[in-house]
Design a protein around this ligand. Structure first.
Ligand SMILES: Nc1ncnc2c1ncn2[C@@H]1O[C@H](COP(=O)(O)OP(=O)(O)OP(=O)(O)O)[C@@H](O)[C@H]1O
Ligand SMILES: [Mg+2]
Length: 508
């Protein structure tokens, strides 16, 4: 009998079967991976364990006791803490105040005790100790922090509960490698003390680094429960997707080999001395069909540049040229008009119309292009366009009229990508676009990027995943404190070079 046993778990959402007879068994002190493709049922299983979702049927035992979780509070009482893909922070409270909320589940009122704040600060100090720069400023409003740091606050809050079981559902998806290391240190500390950690991530490198065993879900059923020291990555992928997937690097190679290194191709986007509140004197060029990677530590200006080019942040000075013509971009609408598309890093806030159907989410930005005669829309054409995007990206949905929030996290991310593809852009700004999407979907997205570049689209690519950044970019410009401090040429694209440039290590 294992410390945690979930058996015969079933869950349907209307007509969609999320879980059919899934199970999971894990021990104290173990870091147990729960993995599978987008929509395979991972979050549903995690949420059943934590009382957020009610199963149609399930047997759950913890520490030899049968237990039923009707509400999240029951899970808290059993020492189960969780971090999901969606954050639960109070944006207007400070970092410390948010973490101190961890201790208030059993108390009334909102007034925080001094001791709670002190405990919260102590936990946060441990997290902060892992960074050399100014991450997690304790008094900052959480809403003012970049997504990765907000995510760290959320993790700190779960860790502060000192749980028996800690569920991390794609908690590292928006984190850069240095941030992931800090989280891994916290995981190791907890598991050494006997906490069971259930860890879900689409980054297989993370799975192999931190997990002991894995339960693999496929279409709501268990495809395998394996000891990770016995199983190679290719086998794991095969268990997840049910067939052997091609190597992601090969697509990257395909893009990298395409002859854009050839300096003859015209410059599509030229940025000269751009300054905003977060950027200082940024100049760069991207040619037709080129993927320009944006490198550096978390939050050094990569996303800020993409937001500025999309007209979401005010330009203080500088100029932008598209295909040789100066353009003024002060609002996203203008950017879209010029053929610039942004796939944002925070899909919840910027990427989706949460209460609208999948169909609308996919088609709204490109509707005008399909109106024929101008101003006249056809439901059939809209439907066909959405289906087309759904096919290209293999989005898993029941019905296009379903609300977009009924999709699994990774499939929501694909909708954000799909809606911009339909606008047939000239310049695509990708802000950590593969966050939360599974291995196969990543390859599909890489294929999409390859297709875009083959069509001459200029791509600016920010990624928290170094391997992906190196694999897909033709060149990388490295940001540090809002400036471009280095450019890594095609023949120099190595991890060592990128890390050194990111840290701005000065050679002796
Ligand atoms: N609230 C909901 N309403 C309707 N369907 C849902 C809801 N939540 C999840 N589903 C569906 O249940 C299935 C499993 O979703 P789940 O979120 O558990 O997947 P997942 O493995 O976590 O995927 P991802 O890797 O994309 O996060 C999916 O087909 C999803 O569309
Ligand atoms: Mg999920």
């Amino acid at each position: 009998m294992s410390f945690l046993e979930m058996r015969d778990v079933h869950k349907r959402y209307g007509g969609v079967v999320a879980l059919s007879g899934a199970s999971l068994a894990a021990e104290r002190g173990e870091v147990h991976a729960l993995i599978g493709a987008n929509g395979s049922g991972k979050s549903t299983l995690n949420k059943i364990l934590t009382g957020v979702v009610e199963p149609d049927q399930a047997t759950i035992e913890l520490d030899g006791e049968r237990f039923t979780v009707a509400r999240p509070q029951d899970a808290h009482r059993h020492g189960i803490a969780a971090v999901y893909q969606e954050l639960s922070l109070v944006k207007d409270l400070s970092v410390t105040a948010n973490v101190a909320l961890a201790f208030e589940q059993t108390r009334f009122g909102f007034l925080q005790h001094r001791t709670d704040r002190a405990r919260a600060a102590a936990v946060l100090e441990r997290f902060r100790a892992g960074f050399r720069d100014h991450q997690l400023p304790l008094d900052a409003r959480v809403g003012s922090l970049p997504p990765g740091e907000q995510q760290l606050v959320e993790i700190a809050k779960a860790v502060a509960r000192d749980p028996q079981v800690l569920v991390l559902d794609e908690a590292t998806a928006s984190l850069y490698s240095a941030q992931v290391e800090v989280v891994f240190d916290a995981i190791r500390e907890l598991s050494d003390a006997g906490t069971l950690v259930i860890f879900t991530s689409h980054r297989l490198g993370e799975i192999y680094t931190i997990c002991d065993r894995a339960t693999v879900l496929r279409s709501g059923e268990v495809a395998g429960a394996v000891d990770l020291s016995d199983v190679e990555e290719s086998t794991l992928v095969e268990l997840m997707v049910g067939e052997l997937a091609g190597a992601a690097e090969s697509v990257g190679q395909e893009i990298a080999d395409s002859d854009v290194a050839d300096r003859q191709r015209p410059v599509r986007l030229r940025v000269t001395s751009l300054a905003t509140d977060q950027l200082d004197d940024v100049s760069l060029e991207v040619r037709e069909g080129e993927v320009l990677g944006l490198g550096g530590l978390a939050g050094q200006g990569q996303s800020a540049l993409l937001n500025a080019l999309f007209g979401a942040d005010r330009h203080r000075s500088g100029s932008v040229e598209l295909d040789g013509e100066p353009v003024s971009i002060t609002r996203p609408k203008q950017a879209v008009g010029h053929g610039i598309a942004l796939v944002p890093g925070d899909r919840g806030r910027e990427g989706l119309l949460p209460v609208r159907p999948i169909l609308e989410n996919l088609t709204v930005p490109s509707m005008r292009r399909r109106a024929r005669p101008p101003g006249v829309l056809s439901q059939r054409r809209e439907q066909a366009a959405a289906e087309d995007a759904g096919r290209q990206l293999a989005i898993k949905y029941g019905n296009l009229d379903d609300g977009v929030m009924t999709l699994s996290g990774g499939n929501q991310q694909k909708v954000v990508v799909g809606k911009w593809l339909l606008t047939e852009p000239r310049v695509v700004l990708l802000d950590d676009p593969t966050k939360g999407i599974d291995v196969r979907a990543k390859e599909e997205l890489y294929e999409v990027i390859a297709r875009l570049t083959a069509d001459g689209v200029a791509v600016l690519f920010n990624s928290s995943d170094d391997d992906e950044l190196l694999g897909l970019s033709h060149r990388i410009v490295v940001f540090f404190e809002g400036r471009v401090v280095e450019e890594i040429a095609p023949q120099e694209l190595t991890r060592e070079r990128l890390v050194a440039a990111s840290l701005q290590v000065v050679e002796p």
